[in-house]
Design a protein around this ligand. Structure first.
Ligand SMILES: Nc1nc2c(ncn2[C@@H]2O[C@H](COP(=O)(O)OP(=O)(O)OP(=O)(O)O)[C@@H](O)[C@H]2O)c(=O)[nH]1
Ligand SMILES: [Mg+2]
Length: 458
């Protein structure tokens, strides 16, 4: 089991050079440790709760100064972990922060594991599991839309919905379990199917928001593929509105895959620029690059297949078109500023399911239309979101699906007039699945998996 009674310490800010860095302590010894390390500028020895105290961190034995600092003491339960917490704000250098951390360890603190502060907040009931997961989503949010989704979850909107559905299931379960112990007509007949159908409805509504939510949270991978020199790297630069990739008139400029995240209407779009694919290449480096492009295409959610509109369709285009296959794709016909050379009849058969967008990466024309086409492709046409999606995590989605499956099975069992104890097995399983979302029913393994993704100090 997890220990909660020792004191943990960690550098809570990222390691590097910055104006300020924070060492954080949580646990029963946080306050006494801080008092031994800190000398207030005013000479006062006690730390007043929730006040910022200015002074110095010193080596406790020699009183030698380590750094200037602001120290804040937050006694339990009004802290992030619901334990006594002390935050030491010192200068953001690697050496002073490591030294301060070492001093706290010398005085009896233990180095915190990744995510252990948030784990304590969860175990002490300050956050439920979806909220704890949202903390990480806030930290990792790549766009404002992703941040909005994470904040809703942190605020407990998903928890509240899931808890509501779970309560409805528990009511039905209580009724079913009561009827097991009684003969049929002793207990008033109650509709079980109605409330369960209502539960299915609500679960389906939540699941509907999941695809959109997942896209915001995880982003979408798009591989930019095409023959050499068609303008793949120029397109990447246009979508990023910067000069990230090297562009030259020499075919074979891009030799390795290059990844950057663009923000397209709030969707984090991970763009993978690839080496131009040609069917026969003598150059070893280029050959490896081409192999990487094939892999990038395999791993991508969608393909941006670029071709040079000023040139006739070639063998190579068809070969790449076959590689794209049935993957979601857009056909980006570049170099719109030059006269169009493509035979439109030929193009009709080329990736027939992919929408065509004409652009000029050089003149920056058609980029917005392309972005709209991308958004439409990834969100299935429903770009406009009235509401922030509630479900954005694959773990939650899978558990909601499981709960839905069991609830449907319970309805079927009830309709088949099976005995209440058989119906209740599925209702119980649905309750447990929902409990796993919010953390009521949870294994230590699951907690380890979730919290190990956090950084140290969070
Ligand atoms: N006229 C015109 N030239 C373009 C356009 N987009 C790119 N180019 C030029 O085409 C050449 C190749 O562009 P890149 O972006 O390097 O092409 P690429 O597909 O990444 O090429 P490789 O990395 O070699 O496979 C450069 O000289 C670009 O300036 C465009 O819209 N119009
Ligand atoms: Mg390139």
């Amino acid at each position: 089991m997890y220990s909660l009674d020792d004191t943990i310490a960690a550098i809570a800010t990222s390691i590097g050079q910055s104006g300020v860095g924070v060492v954080k302590l949580s646990g029963p010894e946080a306050y006494p440790i801080a008092r031994r390390l800190f000398r207030s500028a005013t000479g006062q020895t006690d730390l007043r709760p929730r006040y910022a105290h200015y002074g110095r961190i010193i080596e406790p034995d020699s009183e030698a100064p380590v750094d200037e600092a602001l120290v804040v003491y937050m006694p339990k339960p009004h802290s992030y972990t619901r334990q006594d917490v002390v935050e030491i704000q010192a200068h953001g250098g690697i050496v002073p922060l490591r030294r301060i951390l070492q001093l706290t360890l010398n005085l009896g603190a233990r180095p915190a594991e990744a995510g252990e502060m948030t784990l304590r907040a969860f175990l002490n009931g300050r956050l439920d599991l979806t909220q704890a997961e949202a903390v990480l989503d806030v930290i990792e949010a790549k766009t404002e839309a992703a941040l909005r989704v994470a904040n809703e979850q942190l605020g407990g909107r998903l928890s509240a919905q899931v808890a509501g559905v779970r309560r409805a299931l528990l009511d039905t379960l209580a009724f079913l379990e009561a009827s097991i112990d009684f003969v049929e007509d002793e207990i008033p007949a109650q509709d079980v199917v109605g409330p369960l159908a209502e539960v299915c409805d609500q679960l389906e509504k939540l699941l509907k928001t999941a695809d959109q939510g997942l896209i915001y949270r995880q982003g979408v991978r798009a591989a930019i593929v095409g023959r050499p020199n068609v303008g793949k790297s120029s397109l990447l630069n246009s979508l990023l509105r910067g000069d990230r990739a090297i562009v030259t008139a020499i075919p074979g400029t891009t030799r390795d895959t290059l990844e950057e995240t663009a923000n397209i209407a709030g969707i984090p779009l991970v763009l993978v620029d690839t080496a131009g694919i040609r069917t026969e290449t003598a150059d070893e480096v280029e050959r490896i690059g081409v192999e990487r492009s094939r892999l990038a295409l395999e791993r991508a959610d969608l393909a941006l297949m670029v071709m040079d509109g000023s040139q006739e369709l070639e063998q190579g285009d068809w070969a790449i078109g076959r590689l794209v296959g049935n993957k979601a794709a857009l056909l980006v016909i570049n170099k719109n500023d030059l006269p169009l050379a493509q035979n439109q009849d030929q193009l009709a058969d080329f990736l027939p399911n992919a929408r065509r967008v004409h652009i000029s990466a050089l003149a920056n024309e058609g980029i917005e239309a392309l972005e709209e086409a991308i958004v439409e492709l990834v969100s299935g046409g429903s770009i406009v979101l009235a509401d922030t999606p509630l479900v954005s995590n694959p773990r939650h989605k899978a558990l909601l699906q499981r709960a839905l499956g069991h609830t449907q099975a319970a309805i079927a069992a009830q309709q088949a007039e099976l005995s209440p104890d058989l119906v209740s097995i599925d209702v119980r399983a649905a309750v447990d699945a929902l409990g796993e979302i919010t953390g009521e029913t949870v294994t230590e393994d699951l907690l380890d998996t979730i919290f190990s993704k956090f950084c140290i100090g969070k």
